[in-house]
Ligand binder design. Structure first.
Ligand code: PHB
Length: 398
């Protein structure tokens, strides 16, 4: 056991304060706790809220291996899945199967399932310290003193002194905004359209579908045995008033070229502008960013959760070296170590987004891009090399 663990003064002291109890923060805290590095997680929301956010459901092969190395794969993830996607163009589909070496498949685990399992592992099994419903979070990260986090909750104000802060509090959290102007460079790409994400009471038609059509993109992805989520390309700024349920079903039938699909209950509608963002460096003094606090990917490649896991694996190892072995080299090199991989996840997400949308509506980028995107999709079925590369990206192994 680490001697620091129970050090309590009039104010608290810990090794790492993790801001945010999403996948990034909880996975990081679980890895640290497994390594006997003391840490405290603080989260704005309550536990029930963070367990119900519905998101994509595959942990890619790279991150399955990460969980295996931490001895956690079988405790956190469901079984291996054959990753198949029906890539359609104007109703005509071909099923792409992600290929790879035996034993290096992705595993099924929705984001909310992973959050649920991480909370169980971290709090209920390992006795980790996760504090929900905290407000007024402030970061003190001066060069001259050790960092401090202040926050308040129902019991009053709190101060936690720490060695390091992990900013896992997503795009609108306080971590990144606490970094002074001029330190970060931000690279942004806006795709110029949005997705309407509709959770419906209808099971998957067949395989998961990603379909380009002359009328725009549509996807159908599984959400349990009875439900699925449709994603429909829509205009930036569209809202629920533009998309009554009847229009959603009409467009699904039109874009999938399938009149037999029947209307079903639409449980919720979310509108998501498609954009890619990278902030660098991913660190400032004793603060380290991971997951959506450092970068955003469009949902097309289902890589947001995987990229967060990729970051926190590296960050956990670096923090363990610093706090357990007093070697800060890996922390100093955190950004340089992970940024090339961040750009690979970005590149895959851009490829998926451009290819699937350009191959559809010709008014988007013109017929030239429509036809060249369709050629790129064809290659996945005509060239084993293209199929293997696409699979490697799907598996997070490129
Ligand atoms: C999803 O389940 O939301 C999902 C799955 C695969 C993708 C994109 C989204 O490529």
């Amino acid at each position: 056991m680490n001697p620091r663990k129970n050090i309590m003064t009039s104010r608290e002291k810990t090794g790492v304060v993790v801001l945010g109890a999403g996948v990034a923060g909880l996975a990081l805290a679980t890895f640290l706790r497994k390594s006997d590095v003391p840490c405290v997680v603080i989260e704005r929301r309550d536990r029930a809220y963070i367990q119900v956010r519905q998101r994509a459901g595959v942990v890619d092969a790279r991150n399955v291996q990460t969980f295996e190395r931490w001895g956690l794969a079988d405790r956190l993830l469901a079984g291996p899945i054959a990753q198949t996607i029906d890539y359609r163009v104007n109703g005509s589909g071909r099923v792409f199967e992600v290929v790879g070496d035996a034993g290096s498949e992705g595993r099924f685990c929705t984001q909310q399932m992973l959050v649920h399992n991480l909370l169980r592992e971290l709090i209920d099994v390992m006795g980790g310290d996760v504090r929900f419903e905290v407000g007024d979070v402030k970061i003190e990260n001066e060069a001259s003193s050790s960092p401090k986090i202040t926050y308040s909750d129902a019991s009053g104000p709190h101060v936690i002194a720490c060695d390091y802060i992990a900013g896992c509090d997503a795009d609108h959290g306080v971590s990144r905004t606490s970094i002074p102007e001029g330190v970060l460079t931000t690279h942004t790409h806006d795709f110029g359209y949005a997705w309407l994400a509709a959770l419906v009471e209808a099971p998957l038609i067949g395989h998961p579908i990603m379909a380009a059509s002359d009328h725009g993109f549509v996807a159908q992805l599984p959400r349990g045995p009875q439900r699925s989520r449709y994603y429909l390309q829509c205009a930036l700024g569209d809202g629920p008033d533009d998309w009554p349920d009847a229009r959603i079903w009409e467009e699904i039938r039109r874009r999938l070229c399938d009149d037999t699909i029947e209307n079903a209950v639409v449980h919720d509608k979310e509108f998501v502008p498609l954009r890619s963002v990278v902030h660098a460096p991913m660190q400032y003094r004793n603060l380290f960013l991971a997951g959506d606090a450092a970068h955003l990917v469009p949902p097309t490649g289902a890589k947001g959760m995987n990229l967060a896991l990729y970051d926190v694996d590296a960050l956990a190892h670096a923090l363990v070296s610093a706090l357990r072995d007093h070697d800060t080299a890996a922390l100093a090199g955190y950004t340089d170590a992970v940024l090339p991989g961040v750009w690979k996840y970005q590149d895959f997400s851009v490829w998926m987004t451009d290819t699937k949308h350009d191959a559809g509506d010709p008014t988007l980028r013109g017929q030239f891009h429509q036809m060249s995107a369709r050629a790129r999709l064809d290659e996945l079925f005509s060239s084993p090399v293209a199929a293997r590369l696409h699979s490697d990206y799907q598996r997070g192994m490129a």
